[in-house]
Design a protein around this ligand. Structure first.
Ligand code: LLP
Length: 426
């Protein structure tokens, strides 16, 4: 489920009117639903009840401290990809011992920081990195816990920029070389081999690639348990969400529309759990988008309508710097007006931002509510990889963020100011 719906003619997040939030905090504005985040986490956790499992939320999806605190309270661990993300987790009161550290390019400073703080495991992505972690741990006279990320060479059938599990991708170690590398790791004096990891891609819309990858890697995991005493197998993140049915309308809850969707959590669990439960390993998951994606929207105000000879453009005050998914991955986000009555009149239009780039659009030639200057619209399903991928391009301040919980709304990040934008410059 998620918690965006019309009530009394206005779009709400839980019990809070989005029109009120736009008026109070201005636009562009990210708004998140705490209830949705809790619901999605719990739904996944419960679906996996048959497994000895642990969820390590992928911080990169949405790393606001208040969001991390919600997940920490639910018992989540954290999958991090930088020293900065570890810093955020610690600032949010997270336990470093629940953190896995992924990524192909960890620096000396990041490795040292993670060792000092005592993270659960480094997910190592190359032979060179393995040796480097060993070296840094040696300098510090500690032992570094490591897992090796295996690239199972499976087609995740997703956008090519978020596909990670094929041999031509930069991620992980080719399946055939993994066993040899564990031998190598076993001989490194400052490494303790703790697990095996994989992640084949993001926004997967069917369960088959997960199944294929698990069937490929599970026997290897069993072997590594016997030979090296590993304790966990991380199956990564990647669970896709629905982007094009973004609203609960009337009795038709968003989630029930999943019946004919190819990937539901129940389907995922039904296929994944039986294939993993007899391994005798702790199973880690690293979901990001599934937890946060449908839990957030980006509110933006229409500035102008511009009728060209070929098209109608609705120019809004959010740009690709605030939400880059359409420009980068041809990502689809539903665009709905905060005022419900505007849905009755339709127009085919492009919704574009103020940035000086042709790629700065949120949709093209889409049948939309015919909103006009001054109207506020919501770009739906923007809770994951929205704010975290935002930039200051065109010297635009980062948007503000609000967290809704029931009938309470709280500013969890204020809008950047122009002064803050230039402050670090010498
Ligand atoms: N684990 C690893 C090692 C990852 O690289 C990722 C995502 C995840 C877990 C979480 O994947 P998720 O459950 O969120 O699919 N910016 C793109 C998505 C990039 C994903 C990068 N890695 C987008 O907006 O679609």
């Amino acid at each position: 489920m998620h918690s965006f719906h019309y009530a009394h003619g206005l779009l709400h997040c839980e019990e809070v009117s989005l029109a009120d939030l736009a008026a109070e905090f201005g636009t562009p504005l990210y708004v998140y639903s705490a209830r949705t985040i809790r619901d999605h986490y719990t739904r996944l956790d419960e679906a996996l009840a048959g497994l000895d499992h642990h969820i390590a939320y992928a911080v990169k999806a949405n790393s606001n401290l208040s969001i991390l605190r919600i997940l920490r309270e639910l018992g989540s661990g954290f999958d991090i990809v930088s020293g900065g993300e570890l810093f955020r987790v610690l600032e949010a009161g997270g336990d470093p011992a629940t953190c896995t550290f992924a990524g192909v390019g960890k620096t000396r400073e990041e490795i040292r920081y993670a060792l000092e703080e005592g993270i659960y495991c480094f997910n190592v992505e190359s032979e060179a990195e393995l040796e480097f972690v060993n070296e840094v741990a040696g300098e510090m006279q500690v032992t570094a816990p490591v897992a090796i990320r295996v690239n199972p060479n499976v087609d995740a059938q997703t956008h090519k920029y978020i596909s990670t599990g094929k041999s031509e991708n930069k991620f992980g170690i080719d399946y055939e070389f993994v066993a040899g590398l564990y031998q190598r790791a076993g001989n490194c004096p400052h490494l303790a081999v703790r697990g095996i990891q994989m992640h084949i891609g993001s926004q997967l819309r069917s369960v088959e690639p997960f199944v294929e990858a698990i069937e490929r890697v599970a026997p290897l995991a069993a072997e590594l348990k016997a030979d090296h005493g590993i304790e966990f197998f991380s199956i990564g993140g990647g669970i896709g969400i629905i982007y094009d049915a973004a609203l609960e309308s009337g009795d038709v809850a968003w989630w029930s529309r999943q019946d004919d969707a190819p990937l539901t959590i129940d389907r995922y669990a039904a296929e994944v759990v039986p294939r993993l439960k007899d391994l005798g390993l702790k199973i880690l998951l690293e979901p990001g988008r599934y937890i946060a994606g449908n839990a957030g929207v980006l509110l933006t105000s229409c500035l102008y309508e511009k009728a060209g000879s070929a098209k109608t453009f609705k120019v809004v005050d959010a740009g690709m710097n605030d939400l880059i998914r359409p420009a980068l991955y041809e990502g689809h986000h539903e665009i709905v007006p905060v005022r419900e009555d505007l849905n009755a009149r339709r127009k085919t239009a492009d919704v574009v931002g103020p940035i000086c780039e042709t790629g700065d659009f949120f949709c093209q030639d889409r049948d939309l509510a015919d909103f006009q200057a001054g109207d506020v619209v919501a770009l739906m399903s923007a809770g994951a990889y929205g704010f975290t991928m935002a930039s200051n391009y065109n010297t635009r301040p980062m948007p503000a963020e609000v967290l809704v919980d029931g009938s309470e709304a709280r500013l969890i990040r204020r809008r950047q100011t122009w002064h803050e934008l230039v402050a670090p410059e010498l």
